[in-house]
Design a protein around this ligand. Structure first.
Ligand code: NPW
Ligand code: ADP
Ligand code: K
Length: 513
């Protein structure tokens, strides 16, 4: 996928980062120590800029290259006149870049077991980074406790945070800032790691974009640059059906609100026409609450086929408030049985009860979605729903949230939006994105219904499924974050407006092609 220059949205696993490191060294001009020197200088520059008044800086150095970076930081800070103390755990391997960095750092080294720090001092954590291989214990764990009341700047990752998964191995430093190199790692964005990183800063250490491209990363940070060139804006001569028609299935008379929330979100997100498809016995209650949004009866699969034939909706939402059971399965499969090409159905967003209805029959769903020319399928589970469809994947302790979403997408032939405070969007072709712009205000009943409406609207306007899902997640999170305290799901459709306006303006500045 071609990202705009300077976007730097690729996320590299520790193994991919090591590969980039090797390729960069092979391509030159910097050797391993040259990269380390740049890394250490970048961290020292952050310390000097952010903490000019720190009375003393304690640099904690581990035995690997993370510690090597630390020895560079200590030397550069001391050369700048800062009072520096170096505390070391383990010895760098003879001949390693870290051993060179240690040899050039002429400061006294004290053992980590003796580490103490005065109030007001700053800690630079260079114990473990990408090479963290087990839980922190002993002196390192004690150092975490001592540093708890102090400002910490972490080198690459706070020690104890897994770069691969964001998990905490034993315990971990809580940094005010983390300086990482070339590209972010999953552990900077996935929880709980993200919480331990503080502000994440990316330093350019001389690994060129061409080298990163060679690594062919498949994971990205979910930012508008990832999908903006695909973001739909209406042509001057458009008409309402050309802008995409979304249909949202409603539940029974006592569960209609969720579908209407989803429908309103779809309308706000640019669908030219939106229809609520309602059971006959809920027509009245739906009619009493709908104005610009259309209403049509759909009790049977035949009704659904008729709607598709007559009104040609381009995307559907099935699940919010719908009820669990055969009817949900039958309707979803009827939609997925249509063709996508030649003005057919672009896609189905399966949410809430729609997901749970496939609890024991995921293979039926994935077969339907995997048929050539089937409409795209986006499934939007929170953790509980994810576990109903993919219990083995959820229970696999070796997998990160990122890996779980990816495995589920491959199995279901669907784009998976694995929701939460660190929503992961994954496609069956192994692309994935991690979202980090949300806020806890979004944890409110009906918030997910709005998300599915936005996704369907983007699908209906011809955006590809992965891009639609990524854009919907970002827009939803941005609207919720900006609204802040007091947010209810009813507020979200209107809160989308300012975010959408900015995106449309930004989209118009993106060169076409
Ligand atoms: N890639 C790049 O482009 C660049 C990378 N750079 C830097 O290199 C860092 C990666 O270096 P790295 O691979 O040497 O790993 P690192 O994090 O130092 O740890 C390995 C050592 O720690 C040990 N160890 C692990 N966990 C432990 C624990 N819990 N408790 C105790 N010991 C533990 C582990 O022991 P072992 O597992 O082998 O038994 C091994 O000895 C990266 O984060 C970045 O800062 C920069 O220089 C710029 C260019
Ligand atoms: N702490 C949080 N931070 C950011 N976003 C959150 C948080 N908690 C939930 N969300 C988001 O809010 C939405 C909740 O959706 P869902 O769980 O389906 O709720 P509901 O079924 O009530 O609509 C999801 O998009 C989720 O990612
Ligand atoms: K570290």
């Amino acid at each position: 996928m071609g990202l705009p220059a300077g976007a730097n949205l690729e996320i590299l696993s520790p193994a991919e980062m090591a590969e980039a490191d090797r390729l960069a060294i092979a391509a030159g001009p910097l050797d391993g120590y040259g990269l380390m020197q740049r890394a250490g200088e970048a961290v020292a520059a952050v310390v000097l800029a952010r903490y000019p008044a720190a009375s003393r800086v304690h640099v904690l150095c581990g035995p690997g290259n993370n510690g090597g970076d630390g020895y560079v930081v200590a030397r550069v800070l001391a050369e700048a006149g800062v009072s520096v103390a170096v505390w070391a755990e383990g010895e760098p391997r003879a001949g390693s870049d870290a051993a060179i960095a240690l040899a050039r750092c002429r400061l006294e080294r004290r053992p980590l077991e003796a580490f103490i720090a005065e109030p007001g001092s700053l800690v630079v954590d260079a114990l473990y980074g990408a090479g963290l291989s087990r839980a922190l214990s002993g002196d390192a764990a004690r150092a975490v406790e001592i540093a708890a009341g102090l400002s910490v700047v972490a080198v690459d990752l706070p020690s104890g945070v897994s770069g691969e998964s964001g998990e905490i191995l034993g315990t971990a430093f809580c940094a005010a800032a983390t300086v990482t190199f070339a590209r972010k790692k999953p552990g900077h964005l996935l929880l709980p790691g993200r919480e331990h990183c503080g502000e994440v800063m990316l330093a350019d250490i001389g690994i060129r974009n061409e080298v990163i491209e060679q690594v062919a990363a498949r994971t990205f940070e979910n930012e508008p640059e990832l999908w903006l060139s695909n973001f739909p804006t209406p042509a001057v001569d458009t008409h309402k059906y050309k802008r995409g028609h979304v249909s949202v299935f409603s539940g029974g008379p006592s569960a209609t609100g969720a579908a209407r929330l989803s429908a309103l979100a779809a309308a706000r997100s640019g669908a030219g026409a939106v229809t609520v498809l309602s059971p006959a016995n809920a027509m009245q209650v739906n009619a009493a609450h709908l104005t610009s949004i259309m209403l049509r009866k759909a009790d049977t699969v035949e009704d659904v086929q008729e709607v598709i034939g007559d009104r040609r909706p381009s995307a559907f939402v099935l699940g919010p408030g719908f009820g669990i059971g055969d009817k949900a399965r039958d309707f979803a499969l009827a939609v997925l049985a249509r063709k996508r090409q030649d003005g057919g159905v672009e896609g189905l967003v399966l949410d809430a009860d729609g997901i749970t209805s496939f609890r024991n029959t995921v293979s039926t769903l994935s077969e339907a979605a995997g048929r050539p020319d089937a409409p795209a399928l986006i499934i939007t589970p929170h953790e509980g729903e994810f576990g109903r469809l993919f219990p083995d994947i959820l229970g696999d302790k070796k997998l990160s949230k990122l890996a779980k979403a990816r495995a589920a997408a491959a199995r279901a032939n669907a784009v998976i939006v694995y929701k939460g405070a660190d929503t992961v969007i994954a496609a069956p072709d192994s692309r994935a994105a991690i979202n980090a712009n949300g806020a806890p205000w979004l944890a409110t009943a009906g918030s997910g219904d709005v998300l599915s409406g936005i996704s369907a609207a983007l699908l209906a306007q011809g955006m590809q499924a992965f891009e639609s899902a990524c854009a919907a997640v970002w827009i939803h999170a941005e609207a919720g974050r900006r609204f802040g305290p007091g947010l209810t799901a009813e507020d979200l459709p209107l809160a989308l407006v300012a975010v959408l306006r900015e995106l449309v303006e930004a989209r118009q500045k993106v060169p076409i092609g």
